[in-house]
Design a protein around this ligand. Structure first.
Ligand code: URP
Ligand code: ZN
Ligand code: ZN
Ligand code: ZN
Length: 486
């Protein structure tokens, strides 16, 4: 037959177009898009369904130790399976450097964790916590050559954070290679100062985590990150934006022509700090950084997503169970300082956006595709192999039933968690059939994939990395006594 698989009669959508078409797949790629295709070894009837590019989850923590050394509950098997059931065919977790580790060691560790287990295609963003001269001069360029074209830094957490000088160094290396720097932007000193005052007054319950990470901490660090990146004319992605001030700073920088991008996450759209006000230690289930905010901020973040002011929507899946392996590892009655930061949500990311975004009319179906797949593919050097429906692209497809309603329960999800912060929500619109490189991996509620069938993706440079040409005078050879600094 002409095709290994034909997806027939569905309503397909990309970031720009919505059209009725049959899609023909051969050898793992899309080879035909037409009104009518015959000759599939197998045909899937997608009548009344949507056929979308498989989602790209570009911010998740899988088989990664927390800042204080607690292992996430999901490894590359359960993490990728949960991602697949949530409509994704690619994910990009982090490969985190601990101080003293070489980047080669870090990548070897994560290759061993990922390759035998992942059921979907994957890459990593490298977390850089120890930018020694060898790391800057040799190891980051070597990682870049391997196709790892994004580097993340933290401005908070004592064991991970980089100083401003170090961030400038990393931005400059990234700039030379066309890599994208990502930043967790919160002011470390402000958080420590607030935490000490809260603890002093015995405000130590998990819910005070939200108070200990003030909005000002995020707004200050985002503005600082933008200033540093703008200064060396390097692109910068600010992850998990949770404040109006932060989102506005990003939009302002973009208006000035800087290559600054912003991401937000479902927890900041669907939860608030009031969710943390629970008896006993239960508030720990909602401790993430930056913390949950309020309903006014939810509305603001929706508007930035709707109007393109924020370009990425990712889960920040950071799964720590509500037991002695996770949130309660230090104590059954932990202080907010003892609780591992992070919420699970890799499987809920796209369904929540569909239900509360597309079905309510807040965003179009095409914006949904941009926010769940295409924008990440372009940002992280995977487009057009991933993130769209086009002849020649990988046959990574998500077939959605736009009318199916389910009530979210922890037991109904496929991660290795014992709770979901989205418990009890009614969600309409779910991915029902998932196809990865032409292979059906989820169908009829069943997993049909093998551990290890996902492949490592060698990524291209950051697509829009071309410099703005707005080098500040201090760095401009013509204007600074002929000195070339970067
Ligand atoms: O609370 C969060 N987001 N935990 C994961 C680590 C990080 O900050 O990215
Ligand atoms: Zn992280
Ligand atoms: Zn973070
Ligand atoms: Zn994160």
């Amino acid at each position: 037959s002409d095709y290994d698989l034909v997806i027939a009669n569905g309503l397909a959508a990309t970031a720009t177009d919505t059209f009725r078409a049959d899609i023909g797949i051969r050898d793992g790629r899309i080879v035909a898009i037409a009104e009518e295709l015959e000759g599939g070894a197998r045909t899937i009837d997608a009548t009344a369904k949507l056929v979308l590019p498989g989602g790209i989850e570009s911010h998740c923590h899988i088989a990664q130790e927390s800042a204080s050394g607690i292992m996430t509950s999901d490894d590359y098997y359960t993490g990728s399976v949960s991602a697949a059931f949530g409509g994704n065919t690619t994910f990009i977790p982090f490969a985190a450097q601990h101080r003293g580790q070489t980047i080669a060691d870090v990548l070897k560790t994560y290759d061993d964790r990922a390759a035998p287990k992942s059921v979907i295609d994957y890459s990593y963003h490298l977390i850089v916590s120890d930018p020694t001269e060898a790391v800057l001069k040799e190891e980051l360029p070597a990682a870049f050559e391997r196709g790892i074209t994004s580097f993340k830094v933290f401005l908070t957490y004592d064991l991970l954070k980089v100083e401003d000088e170090q961030m400038l160094d990393i931005l400059t290396v990234a700039r030379e290679h066309g890599a994208l720097t990502m930043v967790h932007a919160e002011n470390n000193a402000l958080i420590k100062w607030m935490s000490a005052r809260l603890m002093d007054k015995d405000y130590s319950a998990p819910k005070y985590h939200a108070v200990s990470h003030p909005r000002a901490a995020e707004v200050e660090a985002i503005n600082r990150g933008i200033a540093l990146a703008g200064f060396v004319d390097a692109p910068l992605l600010i992850v998990h934006v949770s404040t109006e001030g932060g989102a506005r700073a990003i939009a302002d920088a973009r208006r000035e022509g800087l290559k600054i991008y912003g991401e937000t996450c479902p927890q900041y759209l669907f939860l608030t700090s009031e969710d943390m006000d629970r008896p006993g230690a239960e508030g720990a289930k909602f401790c993430c950084s930056p913390p949950l905010r309020d309903t006014e901020t939810q509305d603001v973040l929706w508007r930035y997503l709707q109007t393109g002011g924020l370009q990425l929507y990712s889960s920040d899946h950071a799964p720590y169970r509500y037991d002695e392996t996770g949130k309660l590892v230090h104590s059954k009655d932990p202080t907010f300082k003892q609780v591992a930061n992070g919420l699970p949500g890799i499987e809920m990311r796209a369904p929540l956006l569909f239900s509360e975004g597309v079905r309510t009319g807040r965003i179009s179906l095409n914006q949904f595709v941009s926010l769940t797949a295409t924008n990440a593919a372009k940002m992280f050097g995977l487009h057009p192999q991933k993130g769209t429906i086009a002849v020649g692209a990988d046959a990574d497809l998500a077939i959605w039933d736009p009318d199916e309603t389910r009530t979210v329960t922890a037991g109904g999800l496929h991660d290795n968690m014992d709770y979901t912060p989205f418990e009890g929500l009614e969600v309409t619109g779910w991915p029902v059939t998932m196809i990865s490189r032409g292979r059906v991996i989820v169908e009829g509620g069943e997993l049909l994939a093998d551990a290890g069938q996902g492949t490592f993706l060698k990524r291209a440079p950051h697509e829009p990395a071309g410099l703005s040409g707005r080098t500040p005078p201090e760095l401009d050879p013509a204007q600074s006594f002929g000195a070339k600094i970067v």
